[in-house]
Design a protein around this ligand. Structure first.
Ligand code: NAD
Length: 316
């Protein structure tokens, strides 16, 4: 009997969907992560020692984990970003990898748009002041999104949904993605494809929708922040490692940009707090981008289907 480990916490919320798909196939021994959190590398080494397949969230699948998982044949990512998986090691070891493409794009895009309103209208600090008995509208008046320029970095599944929604709000859209070439889409949503530098210089809102790789790590740094408008807002729902957080802190303190709102951080949760969390013009949500009922169901179904195919499970 093949053994499967399922690590994402939200998987159990739609587990019945996976069971429905699996009922026609050979029986599996399924082990769920019951810790209520992302597993550590040590725990992954321990849990993966005798599994044939895994449906994995953001838990580390380093070379060390993969090498210790002697029976592992397939990694099914519950989501889109593969940055927690050592793809070179997987290839070398002959372990198949697939991801649940576009299953959470709508949810993450809606959060990114939401964070633009959060940042530009100071929704978090003003609402917090009311909860604390105050009625403080903040020093500065907010900004409308209507008529502003949005720079979308990465026009994959999520970036394209953001473009569609932003068009509806009445924003002008700049795009940067060296691997994207779909003129029908850019024509339909009137997206001007530009170089990254032009996007950073001209956008009022910059939203990141690209994977974390060696090439993209710290793409938002002291230099790139310095060319943004002082009135610009940075939105990051992709990965914390895309942004140099020390440089972002300095930029927010010194008025180099107006604000930032993120759903991701270099270390989740940020250990012992982080200086960025003390700033009123910085907002962080706890990686909730794909945490909706709809995305959960789609991710459960797609990641289970991908695992069935990669493990070539036999029909009963
Ligand atoms: P996708 O693969 O559909 O799109 C990624 C896009 O980034 C592609 O179009 C690719 O060409 C582009 N890209 C790659 N390198 C680039 C570069 N150097 N500069 C500009 N563009 C580049 O992925 P997606 O589903 O749109 O997801 C995007 C990212 O969002 C994922 O990699 C993941 O890290 C993150 N994500 C976060 C959450 C969350 O819960 N917050 C959920 C899902 C995905």
């Amino acid at each position: 009997m093949k053994k499967i480990l399922i690590t994402p916490r939200s998987f159990s919320k739609a587990r019945h969907k996976a069971d429905e798909l699996l009922k026609d196939y050979e029986e599996l021994e399924i082990v769920m992560n019951t810790t209520g959190r992302t597993l550590t590398e040590e725990e992954m080494i321990d849990q993966c020692s005798d599994i044939d397949g895994i449906i994995v969230g953001i838990d580390p699948m380093s070379e060390k984990v993969l090498k210790s998982a002697k029976n592992l044949k397939a990694i099914s990512k519950y989501g889109a970003g593969l940055d927690n998986i050592d793809l070179d090691a997987a290839k070398e070891l002959g372990i198949k990898v697939d991801r649940a493409v576009a299953t959470n794009a709508m949810s993450v895009a809606e959060l990114a748009i939401g964070l633009m309103f959060v940042a530009s209208r100071s929704i978090v600090p003003t609402a917090t002041s009311v909860k604390n008995g105050g009625w403080d509208r903040g020093k500065n008046a907010g900004n409308e999104l209507y008529g502003k320029t949005l720079g979308i970095v990465g026009l994959g599944a999520i970036g394209r949904e953001v473009a569609r929604m932003a068009k509806g709000i009445g924003m002008n859209i700049l795009g940067y993605d060296p691997y994207f070439d779909n003129q029908e889409f850019t024509d339909r949503y009137e997206i001007s494809m530009v170089e990254l530098e032009d996007l950073l210089k001209n956008a009022d809102f910059i939203t990141l929708h690209l994977p974390l790789t060696e090439e993209t790590e710290h793409m938002i740094n002291k230099d790139t922040l310095s060319i943004m408008k002082t009135s610009a807002y940075l939105i990051n729902t992709s990965r914390g490692g895309l942004v140099d957080e020390d440089a972002l802190y300095d930029a927010l303190i010194d008025g180099v940009i107006a604000g930032a709102a993120q759903d991701v951080f270099s270390e989740e949760p940020p250990k012992g707090g982080h200086k960025l969390l003390d700033l009123p013009n910085f907002v962080l949500t706890p990686h909730i981008g794909a945490y909706t009922k709809e995305a959960t169901e789609r991710m459960v179904m797609q990641s289970t289907q991908n695992l069935i195919e990669m493990l070539e499970l036999e029909k009963k």
